[in-house]
Every structure is written in C-alpha cells, then in structure tokens.
Design a protein around this ligand. Structure first.
Ligand code: HEM
Length: 244
C-alpha cells in the first residue's frame, strides 16, 4: 500500500477559497458604493439604478425576486468567507494576549493592520447580516424615498455609519494583503512595492469613506424631509403625471 507523503492540500484550498470570496466581496463593495451613491446625482438617478436591478427595463415591470436572489448570492459568499476566516481568529484569550503583546512589541504596520482586519471582520458578522437580511426580504423598499426612510426614520444610519468604516477598513486591508500574498503588482524591490501598495490602499479607503459619508448625508437629508410622508414610494419626475 502506498504511503502518502505529500502535505495535505485542504489548508491551501481553503486559503484559496477565502482569498477568492474576499476578492469577490471586495470588488462587489466598490461597485455597490457607486450604485448606492447614485443618490448624489439626484433622486431620479437612484430610482433608475434601483429599477435596473429589478429587471424593469427588460421585463417592463419590477421583478423584486431578482434583487433577493442577488442578495442571497452575496449573503452566501459572505457566510463562506466569514466561516473560513474563523480559522484565523485567536481561539482563546491566552492566544489573543500573546498576539497583542507580540503586536505591541513589534510595532510593525502590517501586523497591526491584520489585528484591525480581525476586529472589523468580527463586527461585520453582525452588522452586515442585519443589512443583508433587510435587503433580501424587502427588495421592494429600495429607492430614493424608501432607502432614505429606512436610513432616517427606521434609524439605520448609526449602523450604516459604523458599518461603512468597518467595511472600508476591512476591505482595504484585505485587498492589500491579497496583493502581497499572491504577489500582484510585485516589482524588483519588495519594500518599495509594499510602500506603494500601502499608499494606494489608504488613498482608496479615504476615497470610499468620503463618498460613503456624502452618500449617507444625502439619504439623511431626504429622510428628514420625507419623514412626514414615511412609506410613500418615489415617482421619478419623468413619470409624474402619467398613469402608474
Ligand atoms: C446584494 C447585496 C446588497 C444590496 C442590494 C445592498 C443595497 C444597499 C442599499 C440600497 C443601500 C442604501 C440604503 C438603504 O436602502 O438601506 C445600502 C447602503 C449601505 N450598504 Fe449595502 N447592499 C448590499 C450589500 C452590502 C454589504 C455586503 C455591505 C457591507 C458588508 C454593505 C454595506 C452598506 C453600507 C455601509 C451602506 C451605507 C452606505 C453609505 O454610507 O454610503 N452592503 N446598501
């Protein structure tokens, strides 16, 4: 009987799956931020984007289950990614203390970044689940008034504000670590590459934080103005006056 001498392949496969799901979620978040920030271009722009995902322009009516399905796919990626990340969490308070002492002694930026990735990832377990569940079960309530009512009158803004910082730091650090791990954009000088990637990472995080905060403020403003008519659906200016 042949003896197996090779190292088990599962840890590497699981690592690849964690990187793959992380990359997909990171790229999704960039696209998501652009779509959500369409409100900065006006209510009609956001209405148009929301209807697009419901297949309105292909089928002539909104198919909300299309949005629910998209959310279910993202939710699945999120759960798989989080389950795989659990392997990397400190398994006991003792392990956590050892890591903290190590981190404080080393004062190495990448080691500290990893710590913050774990903390923000842990917070996202809870915060993103709330958001994804609402998006999946109430796809009919995505729109300029509908979203603004949720942000302001349904008090989602505190969650969104904290989640915005958590997801931007988590995703930024994650994509930076992926680039280092798999050697993307690697140049002849490893230290120079690392420095460049880090600058790029902070620039991206700053950009998405500014965009996210501006977007959140726009929904808050509309939410405050629309509070007396809470629940009313938005009708775009180019359809006002025509039959529904
Ligand atoms: C397919 C899945 C998703 C859909 C359809 C979706 C949709 C939306 C929509 C419509 C808004 C505007 C506010 C509202 O209507 O409540 C929003 C805001 C937000 N979403 Fe998502 N989302 C998804 C996934 C995620 C994920 C996975 C995260 C992070 C882990 C996330 C983080 C946020 C944040 C932080 C905001 C506030 C935006 C800001 O401050 O600019 N979303 N999302």
């Amino acid at each position: 009987m042949a003896t197996r001498l090779e190292a088990p392949r599962w840890p590497a496969r699981l690592d690849l799956l964690q990187s793959g799901t992380g990359l997909a979620l990171g790229l999704f978040m960039w696209v998501h931020m652009f779509f959500v920030s369409s409100i900065l271009l006006g209510k009609d722009a956001m209405w148009t984007v929301a209807r697009f995902f419901e297949g309105y322009y292909f089928f002539g009516r909104p198919l909300y289950w299309l949005v629910s399905m998209l959310v279910a796919v993202i939710f699945t990626l999120f759960v798989v990614h989080a389950a795989l990340a659990l392997r990397k969490f400190p398994a006991s308070y003792r392990q956590y203390r050892i890591y903290r002492e190590h981190m404080q002694g080393m004062k190495h930026e990448d080691t500290t970044l990893w710590y913050w990735q774990v903390v923000t990832g842990f917070a996202l377990f809870f915060m993103a689940s709330v958001h994804l569940y609402i998006m999946m079960t109430r796809p009919d309530r995505i729109g300029p008034f509908e979203s603004a009512d949720r942000v302001w009158s349904d008090l989602m803004w505190p969650l969104y504000l904290v989640m915005l910082f958590a997801v931007e730091f988590h995703g930024g650090i994650g994509l930076y670590r992926l680039a280092l791990k798999w050697g993307w954009f690697a140049g002849p000088d490893a230290l120079a590459t690392r420095r460049k990637l880090r600058t790029f990472k902070w620039a991206l995080t700053a950009f998405f934080l500014v965009l996210g905060i501006a977007t959140l403020l726009a929904y808050i403003k509309i939410g405050i103005e629309h509070a007396p008519n809470y629940g009313e659906h938005y009708v775009p200016t180019f359809l006002q006056g025509s039959a529904p």
